[in-house]
Structure formats: C-alpha cells, structure tokens
Design a protein around this ligand. Sequence first.
Ligand code: FAD
Length: 288
Amino acid sequence: MATRPIHTFEVARTEQLTPHLIRVVLGDAGSGTGFDTFTPNSYTDAYVKLVFVADGVDVAALPQPLTLDSFKTLPAEQQPAVRTYTVRRADTERREVTIDFVVHGDHGVAGPWAVAATPGQPAYLMGPSGAYAPDAAADWHLFAGDESAVPAIGAALEALPDNAIGKAFIEVGGPEDEIELTAPPGVEVNWIYRGGRADLVPESQAGDQAPLIAAVKETPWLPGQVQVFIHGEAQAVMHNLRPYIRKERGVDAKWASSISGYWRRGRTEETFRQWKAELAKAEAGASA
Ligand SMILES: Cc1cc2nc3c(=O)[nH]c(=O)nc-3n(C[C@H](O)[C@H](O)[C@H](O)COP(=O)(O)OP(=O)(O)OC[C@H]3O[C@@H](n4cnc5c(N)ncnc54)[C@H](O)[C@@H]3O)c2cc1C
C-alpha cells in the first residue's frame, strides 16, 4: 500500500452543510495535479486516504513521485497522519473531488483540518478504493449509519433507479443536522436524533445504546431479498447491527457485505485500526 501514488490537490472551496458537517471541495486548478493521476471508480462508497503532512515538511523536497515511502526518512514527529474519507462526488469535468467531513471539535486531525481549510491550501490523498454499489437484483435496500456515513448513503441513494424500494436510517445529533438527500420515492429516509454530538453524548445514547440500533431493529422487514449497507460508530455497528442483520435476520454475506465501523468513540483512526484487528482475531478464533 505504501507505494500507492499520493495525488496532490488543493482546497477549492468549503461549505458548512450543517453545524456538524462541512463540505470541502478539492480541485487542481492551481498548482495541484491531482486529477492527472486520480481515477474515479464506480462504487458509491468510494473512499480515499487523506494524507496530512506535518508542519514544516517541504513536500516538494521529498522523493517524487510522492508516496508514503517518500516520508520514510523523516523523524517520527514529522510522519504524516492518514485518515479515511468517502468521495461524496468526483467531477471529472471540473476536476474536483468533494468530501464531507464530520465536525467533531478540536480533537483529531481531519475534522479540525476541514474546519480550518482555506482555498489554495494543499491536500494530499491516495485512492480511491471502494466495494459497494446498490445491486439492481435486490428487492429492497436497507441503509443505516451516522453522520460519518451520510456521504456514502447519500451517494448510494442518488444512484438508485427511480423504482427502487428501501429504507434509510440516519442517526445525527438533532434536526439541525439533517440535510437534503435525493432518493427515489419508494425509499423512505428516516432521521434519528441522539441528542448531541456522537463523541459527547453519554453512553446511554451511544455505542450499545445508540438510538440507530433500536430504529433499525424496530422497523418492519420488507418482502424479498434485501441488500444492506450499514456504517458508522463501530460499537453500534459491529457489536449490535451486524449480528442483528447477519444472525437474527439471516442475511447472507453476499447481501450484507458492506457493514462496518467507520470510527470508534474514544479512539483515533490509528487506535481504531488496532480495535478492528483485535475484533477480527477474536471472530476468527470463535469460528475456528
Ligand atoms: C471507508 C470509510 C469512509 C469514511 N467516510 C467518512 C466521511 O465521508 N466523512 C467523515 O466525517 N468520516 C468518514 N469516515 C470516518 C473517519 O475516517 C473517522 O471519523 C476519523 O477517525 C476522523 O479522523 P480525525 O482525524 O478527525 O479524528 P481522529 O484523530 O481519528 O480521532 C480523534 C477523536 O475524534 C473522535 N472522532 C472521530 N470521528 C468522529 C466522528 N465522526 N464523530 C465524533 N467523534 C469522532 C475519535 O473517537 C477520537 O476520540 C470514514 C471512515 C471509513 C473507514
């Protein structure tokens, strides 16, 4: 992975979508060359790895073409931070990549970067990767997630044919966090309120108690084959919604392949990767 090219973009503009969601549009009209090497894919959950370069690092002086290996000889405190984000839209004509960032206060790297982003500022990214797109063979679609999955759910809803049937459940802080999503008339979009920012609400409204879990479990199941797409806070998704979908509802892997945590309360992306590795090991042990 370390040899993947890092595409160089710059911030074209930003837009505050809600109090807790900020849109950053990256382009390459100035000194960037991003779209020369960036190739959009057809997954609705297409995602990139944003590379945040430490202050004081002269990117132009690093070995080119730029990859993570280019940073190898720098000291530990100058190593870049890598964060994963959905491509909300890739516009090949305008040579722009749109990313919607959850605003979650001063902690972290990517969230605060997006809040402070100004036009002309460089932005580095790898990818895109992706794995999911709505399957026309499904009889209905179930989407669930929190703010971090709004971009991926929004892109999937837009990609559905006009006659698609489905339900989407999106957990946000409150009514002020809702955004307009384009969905076919047969797909109902339900906004669930947790009553505050996902990292600040007490355990009684998060993790195993996230209101998204009850919303999904209580909804009547529609007839026929479902295709499931669920992402968001990892405890809620991996320890609650995934077992519900796979075991209680008996949806097989082919139709429920896109269920995973996008982030974990109290963990940075680096320590969340460790959490995921431990879960995978425990699951492999349980099924051995
Ligand atoms: C495939 C994929 C696609 C994703 N797409 C998006 C996307 O389009 N938009 C998006 O905003 N996120 C998305 N995420 C989630 C994002 O990668 C994480 O939220 C990431 O941790 C943010 O990095 P950070 O530097 O802001 O915070 P970190 O440094 O990773 O974490 C710092 C602190 O912030 C908390 N935190 C992290 N994320 C959130 C959050 N969403 N809400 C509240 N607290 C949080 C952490 O628990 C930690 O305590 C995606 C993740 C994956 C795996």
